[in-house]
Design a binder for this molecule. Structure first.
Ligand SMILES: [Zn+2]
Length: 120
């Protein structure tokens, strides 16, 4: 359950955002991995997760947008590291829940069900 603290000012949120914008994408993902799951809501037979996603638009397919959820790198597999410092180029489907995911890492965890995913 998320602990709700005091309300931050616009200035404080700007400062936090400016700090986050200095991070490479794999470090930003690692920060959000620590934050977004705290906003999961459960009850009445459902669970809603706050996740990070990518949306890819194609110039030659104006109606086609691919949305994939960003999977969290398997830090144990990378000896405590975050996986390669590259874009979110590794893709695949979660073997457990079938959600399409992408990550900077080939070994990552599904942000919905937490299952390990092997991406290519
Ligand atoms: Zn899953």
């Amino acid at each position: 359950m998320r602990m709700v603290g005091r309300v931050a000012s616009d200035h404080e949120r700007d400062q936090l955002a400016a700090q986050l914008m200095t991070l490479p994408v794999n470090e930003l993902v690692d920060v959000l991995r620590r934050v977004l799951p705290q906003y999961t809501e459960e009850g009445n037979g459902l669970r809603t997760s706050l996740v990070l996603a990518t949306a890819t638009e194609y110039e030659d397919e104006p109606d086609g947008i691919d949305v994939t959820l960003v999977a969290w790198p398997d830090r144990d597999y990378y000896d405590g590291g975050l996986g390669p410092d590259q874009g979110l180029w590794e893709d695949g489907d979660c073997g457990k829940c079938g959600t399409e995911v992408s990550s900077n890492a080939k070994r990552a965890f599904c942000p919905v069900c937490g299952s390990g995913c092997g991406l290519t």
